[in-house]
Design a protein around this ligand. Structure first.
Ligand code: COA
Length: 327
């Protein structure tokens, strides 16, 4: 029996209503629109309302993906949610989202933490579970309320991040060479100290500290590693699937910094027109970044049937990952 393909049946996304511009941030910390935009490409980000949680944004994105796919919540038997900002340490955000969407009780639901690479990890996990034949339809969501772990007094980080959610519905197809063609996942745990939130819910090697529930980052070091690992993750997967970079119709990179994306474009010798970029409107939304961009790319007609799309991400860990999808 030939293995069945795992294909994306629909995409959806959600971003909070409130737009926070660089100018607004510059009223509370010592920064400027000029500094933020020239260093990162970001102009504004969305920030969730105090009573709007990761599970709310995820459910909204999930509902839109189900609508786009024409799939009823009752058909979903697997829900994987990539997030570093679940509503609470337990239960998993996925259980709350399951209930909000009316996904049946016989569905497997779990969260996955691979930081900004989370969606690529979740996609690979869900597709492998479907390909095993034990599940039939999956909802995969990346959702974050990063505003709750950002230190709004730290200008080196607070200007870079935002809130949002993106989702895809995955099913099985008998069409060969469609859907998820290949993935490459990895992690370099020796760089855990470059991007982390020290205070967890169990004792850790990092002592609990004041403001320790906020994200800490060594931006310059991450920048250099990000460019290297994203370039390698992209090259590896292309080689693995015997494709040249110019055969990729659209690259959907993790949206952390426009300068990182431009560097990847240069390294891969692929023009920026082949890259989907929305970092100027949302900043870095971690696990939500790629599915949010994917949904915008789909809805704006940037992805057509038979196109090959490359997803490529890096994040805290440091994790990295890439995925090739034929539509
Ligand atoms: C964070 C980042 C935008 C900083 O850009 P940079 O060009 O490396 O800037 P630097 O770190 O050299 O900072 C330059 C100066 O600006 C200052 N600065 C930092 N944040 C600032 C801000 N928001 N506004 C104004 N000045 C700022 C710094 O204090 C530094 O001042 P100094 O030279 O007097 O020490 C960039 O390093 C980056 O994007 N890194 C990757 C981060 C990332 O992707 N994280 C998520 C991973 S998933």
């Amino acid at each position: 029996m030939t293995p069945r393909s795992t294909v994306i049946l629909g995409t959806g996304s959600y971003t909070p209503e409130r737009v926070v511009t660089n100018e607004e941030i510059s009223r509370t910390v010592d920064t400027s629109d000029e500094w933020i935009h020239s260093r990162s490409g970001i102009r504004e980000r969305r920030i969730a309302a105090p009573d709007e949680h990761t599970s709310d944004m995820a459910a909204a994105a999930g509902r839109r993906a189900l609508d786009a796919a024409g799939v009823a919540p009752a058909e979903i038997d697997l829900l994987v949610v990539a997030t570093i900002t679940p509503d609470m340490p337990m239960p998993a955000a996925s259980c709350l989202i399951q209930h909000k969407l009316g996904i049946p009780t016989n569905a497997a639901c779990f969260d996955l933490n691979a930081a900004c690479t989370g969606f690529v990890y979740a996609l690979d996990t869900a597709c492998a579970m479907l390909a095993s034949g034990r599940y039939r339809k999956a909802l995969v969501i990346g959702a974050e309320k990063l505003s709750s772990v950002i230190d709004w007094q730290d200008r080196t980080t607070c200007v870079l991040f935002g809130d949002g959610a993106g989702a895809v519905v995955i099913g099985l197809s008998d069409e060969p060479d469609k859907g998820l063609l290949a993935t490459k996942l990895g992690s370099m745990g020796e760089n855990a100290d470059l991007l982390y939130i020290p205070n967890g819910s169990s004792p850790s090697t990092y002592a609990a500290s004041a403001r320790g529930h906020f994200l800490k980052m060594k931006g310059k070091e991450i920048f250099k590693l990000a460019v290297r690992v994203m370039d390698e993750a992209a090259r590896d997967i292309l080689e693995q699937h015997h494709l040249r970079a110019d055969q990729i119709s659209l690259v959907i990179p993790h949206q952390a910094n426009l300068r990182i994306i431009e560097a990847i474009s240069e390294y891969l010798e692929l023009p920026m027109e082949r890259f989907f970029v929305n970092v100027e409107r949302y900043g870095n939304t971690s696990a939500a970044s790629i599915p949010l961009a994917l949904d915008e790319a789909r809805r704006s007609g940037r992805i057509k049937s038979d196109d090959v799309t490359l997803l490529v991400a890096f994040g805290a860990g440091l994790t990295y990952g890439s995925a090739l999808i034929r539509w």
